[in-house]
Design a protein around this ligand. Structure first.
Ligand SMILES: [Zn+2]
Length: 256
């Protein structure tokens, strides 16, 4: 049985599923921290034919939602005049939008072209006030190594990743069986364990997770997320008429 990549304890096989419609893949959940991992991912070269997976219609809604949350987070908890990095920043949407809000953000992505934040590539800058890492942790084959690399850029990693429950659900769109890119799924417990192992603090609220060597004020963090909730409601982002998930399933069906 595979050992947990986060806490090195025993895992148990939770199911086998077909990934990319052809590979039968085993999924394991840690009995100690709940972290869920696939068997060694041998299919990734096929998963990443396109770095942005085709069924991912959530790019725009995530960008707007992250924009509101992170600008409030930075305004009330960090140095607003600092230099920031959006790691794996995709087409550059988030970097551009944060710059439009007055935050000195830079872009980096090894796999996706920078379309709309041109001129603001990371270049040889080494340290940042914080690094944002959206929807990446679930792609990491070796999460601890990747997180160590991220901590070289900054004391603070602000990130999003869908949290899995214990026991793991049998069905969840976030497993992404159609593209096979989601190979590491965290529980809140596993992130807390990870933080302890790295000597960091861990904060999580309203879908935003933070690993940081700094101590944040819980009240200020709560306030910045509370404010974000209100702002998102005002601009209609908490919207029951959203077509996002229905569009996602349409594209996934068409790929079959
Ligand atoms: Zn574990």
């Amino acid at each position: 049985m595979e050992k947990c990549k986060i806490c090195s304890q025993e895992t148990k096989l939770i199911f086998k599923r077909q990934v990319l419609r052809k590979f039968l893949v085993s999924y394991f959940q840690c009995e100690n921290c709940g972290f869920t991992q696939t068997e060694k991912p041998f299919w990734l070269s096929e998963s990443y034919d396109e770095s942005m997976n085709l069924g991912d219609v959530g790019q725009m809604v995530r960008c707007i939602s992250n924009l509101i949350k992170v600008k409030n987070l930075l305004r009330y908890n960090f140095n607003s005049a600092g230099v920031y990095l959006d790691f794996a920043g995709g087409y550059g949407m988030f970097t551009r939008a944060m710059r439009d809000f007055g935050f000195n953000f830079f872009w980096d992505d090894l796999y996706t072209p920078n379309l709309i934040a041109k001129g603001f590539e990371k270049g040889d800058k080494l340290r940042f006030e914080a690094v944002t890492v959206f929807e990446c942790f679930e792609h990491f084959e070796n999460p601890i190594d990747e997180i160590h690399k991220l901590l070289k850029y900054s004391d603070t990693i602000i990130f999003t990743t869908g949290l899995i429950t214990e026991p793991a659900p049998k069905e969840w769109w976030y497993y992404g069986f159609d593209h096979g890119q989601h190979i590491s799924l965290f529980t809140k417990n596993s992130l807390e364990y990870l933080a302890k192992k790295l000597g960091c603090s861990f904060y999580s609220r309203f879908g935003i997770h933070i690993l940081s060597n700094r101590k944040l004020s819980p009240v200020r963090f709560w306030y910045s997320m509370f404010l974000s909730k209100i702002e998102l409601k005002i601009i209609g982002m908490v919207n029951k008429n959203s077509l996002t998930s229905q569009d996602h399933f349409k594209l996934v069906e068409e790929k079959k």
